[in-house]
Design a protein around this ligand. Sequence first.
Ligand SMILES: [Zn+2]
Length: 63
Amino acid sequence: MKELRACRKCGRVTTELKCPDPQCGGETTLEWDGYIYIIRPELSSLAKKIGKTTEGEYAIKTR
Ligand SMILES: [Zn+2]
């Protein structure tokens, strides 16, 4: 199994070295904490709180 990485800029979780979000394209890191899966950002107060507007997997915190 590949190790999961998280984007330093937007927090999106991926196995790639670069963020899969073409509008972000940030570098990813193995050093991250917390995990959230946002399914319907328009209905999620948590998504609003952490500033996410697209569906996907995110890290709460990256180092
Ligand atoms: Zn990103």
